[in-house]
Ligand binder design. Structure first.
Ligand code: FES
Ligand code: MG
Length: 564
C-alpha cells in the first residue's frame, strides 16, 4: 500500500504528476525530499483559546513531534474542531458528532499512515475514538491530562464537583458574594481537564483500559513532565503504528475489550456520560451497547476508586496510586487480560507493569470497596421503556427506594424560571421531573439533569431529592438523579405524559422507574401526545434533528453507524 505522501493521491492527471504537485506545495513549508520520503504521522491539534482543558496541547504537540521524528517518521499537525464544555452553545454534546465527522473525514482525506489524537475535554476523546473507529487509519489517543487542584482558606478545590457544591452553598446563603468571587479565582488552578472522576477523566481512563493510549496516559497530570514524556513516547508509538500499518482502533475494540471498558467504568465510579459515548463508539463498530450487561457488571464490580464525586480524592492521587494499570489489576478476574493494546502488548503486561503503592486508600482492594456495587445502574419501567441510568454511587442511599409526587418542568427555561419561586408547590419528598432535555429535545442533551434543589428547600437544608430527566448530567455532580430517560419526551417517550401531582416510584435495587398510572390512563395519554416538532429549516441544526438517535444508541447520527 502507498505510504507517506503517496497515500490517497488526488487525481491531477497521472499519479506521478499528482505526487509532483503535492510535493511542490508541501515544500513551500520547508520540507526536504528526505523528510517527505517517510511514513507520515498525523497529529490532530485541538488547541483553541476557548478551551483551557486543551491549554497544554502546543507543548504536547511539540513532544509528540519529537517522538515521531526520533523514530524516523514525519509528523504532520492538522487542526480539528475544539469543544469546551462551558463555551459550546447550545451544548458540547450537540457538537460532538460534528467533531467526530470532521475528524474522521480529515483522517480519511489527508495522507497519513497513523494518527495521534490529542484531546481531553469531555466530548473530545469520545469524538476522536468514534472518528478513528470509523476510519481505517491506525490511531493512538493522547489525553491532555487532569488540571491541578486549587485551594481556598485551607480547603482543597477541584473542578468541577466543588464548583457545584460551593455554588449550592452560595445559593443557600451560606457564602457571600466576596467569598464566592474569591473561590471563582481558585477553582480551576491550571490548564487540563477536570480533576475529579468526571467525564473527561472517565473517558481518558477508559481509553487506557481499552488499550488506545499508553499506560498511565489516562491520569498523568496535564502540567507534569511525565505527561510531556508520555507525549514523546506516544509519538514513537505512533511511528511504529505507521510503520506496521496497524493495529487500527477497529482491530483493538473487540467485544471483550468493550466489556473490559464497562467493568472499568463501574470500578472507577465513572461518569454516566460514558454510557452514551460507549454506545456511540459501539455503534461505529456496528454493534449495540448492551445496557443490561453494563448493569450486570455493576452488580459484580464495586466502585474501587475513592475520587470525587463518588468519593473524596482527585486525579493526582489516583495517578500516584498506580492509575488504571493498578485498578485493572484489582478487577483482573472480570477482564479479558489477553486483550491487545495499541503498542502490541497485552492488558496483563500493563497490569504487571503497574507502579503501585502499599496503601489502598485511593484504589481499594476488592474486599474493601468504596461502594458495595458499581457506579451505574440501568433502570427500566413504564417511564423508561428503553432504559435510564442512575449513578447510584454518587446518590443518597436513603432515596434508592422512593415514591413521591411529580413536580414537572416542561423545558429548561421553565425550570430556570420556576425552580426558585417562593410559591413553587414542592416538598422534599417530591420527585422533580425535567423533560425535553434529550438528544433532540433541547437540542443536544444538555447537562441539565442536575436539577437544582428549589431554593426554598435548599434554605431549609435539603441537599438531595429524586430528580428525573431525559437530559445528561455532568460527571462531576452528586445526587439521586435519574438520567437519559429513553426514549426522550421530544421523541414520543412517556416522560411527556407525566403531570405534576402524578405519583412516581423509583426502586434502584429492583432497577425500576415507573409513573403510577393505570394502564388505560397511560395508554390514553400516550395516544394524545402531539406530533414531533418539525426539523429546523437549515444547516447543522437540520442535520442534527433529522438524524440524531436516542441515548441508548449513543446519540450518534443514524448514518454514521458501522465502519464502511
Ligand atoms: Fe473540560 Fe471539565 S470542562 S474537562
Ligand atoms: Mg463535564
Amino acid at each position: 500500500m502507498a505510504r507517506g505522501l503517496r497515500r490517497k493521491l488526488t487525481t491531477y492527471g497521472d499519479e506521478q504528476f499528482s505526487l509532483f504537485l503535492r510535493k511542490a506545495f508541501i515544500k513551500a513549508m520547508g520540507f526536504s525530499d528526505d523528510a517527505l520520503d517517510r511514513p507520515i504521522v498525523g497529529i490532530a491539534n485541538t488547541y483553541s483559546d476557548y478551551n483551557p482543558c486543551h491549554g497544554n496541547v502546543p507543548q504536547l504537540i511539540e513532544a509528540t513531534k519529537r517522538g515521531v521524528m526520533l523514530a524516523g517518521a514525519l509528523p504532520m499537525v492538522f487542526p480539528t474542531i475544539s469543544i469546551h464544555e462551558s463555551f459550546a452553545s447550545p451544548t458540547s454534546m450537540y457538537l460532538r458528532n460534528l467533531m467526530a465527522m470532521e475528524t474522521e473525514e480529515m483522517i480519511r482525506a489527508q495522507p497519513m499512515d497513523a494518527v495521534i489524537l490529542i484531546g481531553g475535554c469531555d466530548k473530545t476523546i469520545p469524538a476522536q475514538i468514534m472518528a478513528a473507529a470509523s476510519s481505517d487509519v491506525p490511531a493512538i489517543v493522547l489525553p491532555t491530562g487532569p488540571m491541578s487542584t486549587g485551594s481556598h482558606r485551607g480547603e482543597r478545590l477541584g473542578a468541577c464537583t466543588d464548583c457545584r457544591r460551593l455554588w449550592g452553598q452560595f445559593r443557600a446563603g451560606e457564602l457571600d458574594e466576596t467569598e464566592i468571587g474569591a473561590i471563582n479565582n481558585r477553582l480551576v488552578a491550571s490548564v487540563g481537564t477536570c480533576t475529579v472522576m468526571g467525564t473527561a477523566s472517565t473517558m481518558a481512563c477508559l481509553s487506557e483500559a481499552m488499550g488506545l493510549c499508553l499506560p498511565m496516559a489516562g491520569s498523568a497530570p496535564a502540567t507534569s513532565a511525565e505527561r510531556t514524556r508520555l507525549a514523546e513516547e506516544t509519538g514513537r508509538a505512533a511511528a511504529e503504528l505507521a510503520a506496521n500499518g496497524g493495529p487500527t482502533v477497529r482491530d483493538l475494540l473487540t467485544p471483550a475489550v468493550m466489556r473490559n471498558a464497562l467493568a472499568t467504568l463501574q470500578a472507577l465510579g465513572g461518569s454516566t456520560n460514558a454510557v452514551v459515548h460507549m454506545a456511540a463508539i459501539a455503534g461505529r463498530l456496528g454493534t449495540k451497547l448492551d445496557l443490561q450487561e453494563l448493569d450486570a457488571i455493576g452488580r459484580e464490580i464495586p466502585v474501587l476508586v475513592d475520587l470525587k464525586p463518588s468519593g473524596s480524592a482527585y486525579m493526582a492521587e489516583f495517578h500516584d496510586a498506580g492509575g488504571v494499570p493498578r485498578l485493572l489489576g484489582e478487577i483482573a478476574d472480570a477482564l479479558d487480560t489477553s486483550a491487545k493494546t495499541v503498542t502490541g502488548s497485552t492488558i496483563r503486561q500493563m497490569i504487571d507493569g503497574a507502579m503501585t503503592t502499599p496503601s489502598d486508600a485511593i484504589i481499594r482492594r476488592r474486599d474493601r470497596p468504596v461502594k458495595p456495587t458499581g457506579a451505574i445502574a440501568v433502570l427500566r419501567g413504564n417511564l423508561a421503556p428503553r432504559g435510564a441510568v442512575i449513578k447510584h454511587s454518587a446518590a443518597s442511599a436513603a432515596l434508592y427506594r422512593h415514591e413521591g409526587r411529580a413536580v414537572v418542568f416542561d423545558t429548561l427555561a421553565e425550570m430556570a424560571e420556576r425552580i426558585d419561586a417562593d410559591d413553587l408547590d414542592v416538598t422534599a419528598d417530591d420527585v422533580l421531573v425535567l423533560r425535553n432535555g434529550g438528544p433532540r429535545g433541547a437540542p443536544g442533551m444538555p447537562e441539565a439533569g442536575y436539577i437544582p434543589i428549589p431554593r426554598k428547600l435548599a434554605k431549609q437544608g435539603v441537599r438531595d431529592m429524586v430528580r428525573i430527566s431525559d437530559a445528561r448530567m455532568s460527571g462531576t455532580a452528586f445526587g439521586t438523579i435519574v438520567l437519559h430517560v429513553t426514549p426522550e419526551a421530544a421523541d414520543g417517550g412517556p416522560l411527556a405524559i407525566v403531570r405534576s401531582g402524578d405519583r412516581i416510584r423509583l426502586d434502584v435495587e429492583a432497577r425500576t422507574l415507573d409513573v403510577l398510572l393505570d394502564a388505560d390512563e397511560y395508554a390514553r395519554r400516550m395516544a394524545a401526545l402531539p406530533e414531533r416538532k418539525p426539523a429546523p429549516p437549515r444547516g447543522y441544526a437540520r442535520l442534527y434533528d433529522t438524524h440524531v438517535q436516542q441515548a441508548d444508541d449513543g446519540a450518534d447520527f443514524d448514518f454514521l453507524w458501522g465502519t464502511e
